[in-house]
Ligand binder design. Sequence first.
Ligand code: ATP
Ligand code: ZN
Length: 286
Amino acid sequence: METKLKIALQKSGRLYDDSVKILKECGIELQNGMNKLLNEAINFPMQILFLRDDDIPQYVEDGVADIGIVGENIVYETNKNVEIIEKLGFGKCRLSVAVPRNENYADAQFLNGKRIATTYPFLLQSFLDKNKVTAEIHEISGSVEITPGVGLADAICDLVSSGSTLFSNGLKETEVVLNSQAALIGNKDLSSEKQLLLKKLLFRIQAVKKAKKNKYILLNAPNDKLDIICSLIPGMKSPTILPLGIEGWSSLHSVVQEDDFWNIIESLKDNGAEGILIIPIEKMVL
Ligand code: ATP
Ligand code: ZN
């Protein structure tokens, strides 16, 4: 029987869409109309198990799934024996301590003797230990942000992305316990066939991630400024330079990184570049 790589994804929730999307961007199509819990890729030897995110590290540790996509927050909280293979750049959030807005919070010592509500008791306890704070941890399974308002806790430790939930509950963020994003995790004892499939998948994921960070750029440059313009957009090896139909001008094709994108565009314009086109890249293999 053909070896298949079993991947665990979140069944529904914040990571579902991006997890399915990254497989799709890797050219892996799922079957239509299969049940919601188990699917099979059409064009890659892969089975997909849809689970609650909290269960994914355990399934991967046990080898029920070979790999999985889950937030680092869950990986570190559950503390299972799995490997973090690759950060995926979505599902970004932070696990933070927050207190009522009117409190004077100077540092973690504020939390001494306080009641802190959280769904992340393990990570919170590690944070408290590191800061030599003794506090009462109230582990609850949801709606952590309302507990100070109803008198159940003095502080919370919860996931934050924009901070708007904290704000609307009269809370302010005071400490970041962990920065988190979705990650590909793997069982530590994969067969060599499965390792080979994982390598293939990882190669595709890295190509997709690189492509997202880069844009394809085309522009017209005056020939007397070619050297400086080429140095601004060196690309993967060097820019492609083609003669234009107009005397003294060339067309340049290259790749620029998203990070310093706007600065580069400004310098290009300052050096006489014209007709600048920026195009998204779908995959990028170096
Ligand atoms: P499940 O039913 O699978 O247990 P859940 O309710 O525990 O789902 P979601 O709210 O869907 O989980 O969040 C899944 C993951 O999304 C989180 O563990 C975290 O890694 C990430 N995430 C990103 N931003 C946020 C945010 N603002 N709040 C909560 N989780 C976030
Ligand atoms: Zn969950």
